[in-house]
Design a protein around this ligand. Structure first.
Ligand SMILES: Cc1cc2nc3c(=O)[nH]c(=O)nc-3n(C[C@H](O)[C@H](O)[C@H](O)COP(=O)(O)OP(=O)(O)OC[C@H]3O[C@@H](n4cnc5c(N)ncnc54)[C@H](O)[C@@H]3O)c2cc1C
Length: 493
């Protein structure tokens, strides 16, 4: 009886040709769409199952004010060896983000331009996203940066008490910055040496108000002109959360929360490392190997949050203004819980100290983006909207209230990547323990497909966290989608 009930709800992956091998792709983020595109082009019967009510995953551009803003991925990082850049370059959309964040101080005692530039250089010489630092395996990026920072400021300003003190105050700000690349809650959680590699070329290219969603439109052949014969979009089922993945000797099955089930020759699993961490014990039948389980446990994923504010008018400077980076003085840090006692405060840490920067948005003259990094991000996704806005306004007034009249925002949106069960985080990072246990590459262990007795993959893994050195990025995610599609194409050729 149970068998009959199961059969009635099973779908077989769509096929134009009954002889086409069938593939279920779980997740319609960049990696899932990339895998889908390549397999579809090569005649595979593709079905993409997506839990959210939209495609794109951690690429989520929304119309806000005059242009699209990105709650998830925002910049194309680099040019060489970057699949996003290669696909987009002929279209001439990308623009250099000329971000020059001025350091501003809570006591309004701002530094002159030349010292500001020197502090900027200090940051650049202390930290880069590229993890090629040749440090011992147990050194954290925090320990490494603090060491470089301290020796540099001693050497540069050891004889100038004021500059030395000012530079010391910037360390916390630099930490916040580094976290936006590392994606962790503390730089003491991530190794100094890791496999992440920057792509050569411009590291901060924006989409000129079109949003990162442009890459999804390109993958689906809807942009720059719509190819009506290419109907991968018809193979995507949104609002379809997979709750169980079964891999057998000869076929694979995805069972969904709505009671439906899909059978295919292969499954490619693309949800985030955060989803795997929360669900790997219950999601897969038979259970994943201890090696796979271990790498899922040991790789890292935390979160950042962007809060977009739209104002009734533009109150910040015009011209070449791009944004601010905030530095709290020691005295103001102490006063903060007294001056703004709302929202989460823990171990003397106040959530407003988690603001990394505020910057203007392309083609959006009345909107600002507020980036928070660090341990309060999960709280801030859920914090009462009014307290969140009041806190940001308190901070702006504190840092330069006498310069501008700052109105209450008329719109606000924010990300919820950490609390959303379809993501459980923003982007992955390597940890000391994962690198120690899987020295060849923890990300490639995560990527290993599960093969049947004849060596045919029944369950494959794609997604940013499975890239050996472009993890945490969209270009990395897309490359892994193509990689898994190629794995199947090669078998059938
Ligand atoms: C705030 C933020 C800023 C970022 N900034 C940048 C940037 O500037 N540049 C850059 O290159 N990268 C950036 N990234 C990282 C980039 O967005 C990701 O690396 C990339 O989108 C990951 O793609 P993916 O396909 O691996 O995973 P995802 O995009 O997470 O796609 C996986 C899909 O699986 C779906 N799913 C989950 N569980 C299930 C289930 N059970 N059943 C069915 N479907 C499921 C999800 O809903 C999702 O759509 C940023 C990310 C965030 C969140």
């Amino acid at each position: 009886m149970q068998f009959i009930v199961l059969i009635t709800i099973l779908h077989f992956a769509f096929a134009d040709n009954v002889n086409s091998p069938s593939v279920i792709i779980i997740g319609a983020g960049p990696s899932g769409l990339a895998a889908g595109r390549k397999l579809y082009e090569n005649g595979f019967a593709v079905t993409i199952l997506e839990a959210e009510n939209r495609i794109g995953g951690r690429v989520h551009s929304v119309k806000f004010g005059d242009a699209y803003v990105d709650l998830g991925a925002e910049w194309c990082h680099g040019e060489e060896d970057n699949i996003v850049y290669q696909m987009v370059r002929p279209l001439g959309i990308l623009r250099h983000s000329n971000y020059d964040y001025h350091l501003i101080f809570s006591d309004r005692n701002n530094v002159d331009e030349s010292f500001d530039n020197e502090l900027d250089e200090l940051y650049d010489s202390t930290y880069t996203a590229d993890g090629n630092r040749n440090q011992s395996i147990d050194t954290t990026v925090g320990e490494y940066c603090i060491r470089i920072f301290n020796s540099t400021i001693r050497e540069k300003w050891g004889d100038d008490k004021d500059k030395f003190r000012t530079a010391m105050m910037c360390l916390e700000t630099f930490h916040r910055y580094a976290l936006s690349d590392e994606g962790s809650f503390s730089w003491l959680d991530v190794p100094a040496t890791n496999d992440y590699r920057n792509c050569e070329g411009d590291l901060e290219q924006n989409w000129n108000g079109r949003g990162y969603k442009t890459i999804l439109e390109i993958l689906l052949k809807r942009f720059p002109t719509a190819d009506k014969s290419f109907r991968l979009d018809k193979r995507i089922k949104v609002n379809t959360e997979v709750v169980e993945v079964i891999y057998e000797e000869d076929f694979s099955v995805a069972l969904c929360a709505d009671g439906s089930g899909y059978v295919a020759d292969h499954i490619i699993f693309t949800p985030s490392l955060g989803v795997l961490k929360h669900q790997y014990k219950t999601l897969f039948r038979p259970p994943l190997s201890p090696r796979k389980a271990q790498v899922i446990e040991e790789l890292g994923i935390s979160a950042v949050i962007k809060v977009m504010l739209h104002f009734p008018w533009r109150w910040w400077p015009k011209g070449d203004f791009t944004g601010w980076t905030f530095v709290w003085t020691y005295e103001d840090k102490e006063m903060l819980p007294i001056e703004f006692p709302y929202g989460p405060i823990r171990h003397d840490q106040h959530w407003l100290r988690n603001i990394m920067s505020i910057y203007r948005l392309e083609q959006n003259p009345q909107a600002l983006s507020v980036w928070f990094t660090g341990e309060f991000v999960p709280d801030l996704e859920l914090l009462d909207e009014h307290i969140l806005i009041e806190g940001i306004l308190f901070m702006l007034n504190k840092f330069f209230g006498d310069l501008y009249f700052i109105p209450y925002p008329d719109k606000m949106i924010r990300g919820d990547w950490y609390s959303n069960p379809h993501f459980h985080g923003t982007y992955s990072y390597q940890t000391i323990i994962a690198r120690e246990h899987f020295p060849e590459s923890p990300n490639l262990v995560l990527a290993e497909p599960i093969l049947n007795k004849r060596g045919i993959p029944r369950l494959q893994f794609a997604g940013e966290a499975t890239h050996p050195y472009h993890y945490s990025t969209v270009h990395g995610a897309i490359e892994t989608g193509f990689r898994e599609a190629d794995r199947l194409i090669k078998i059938y050729k």
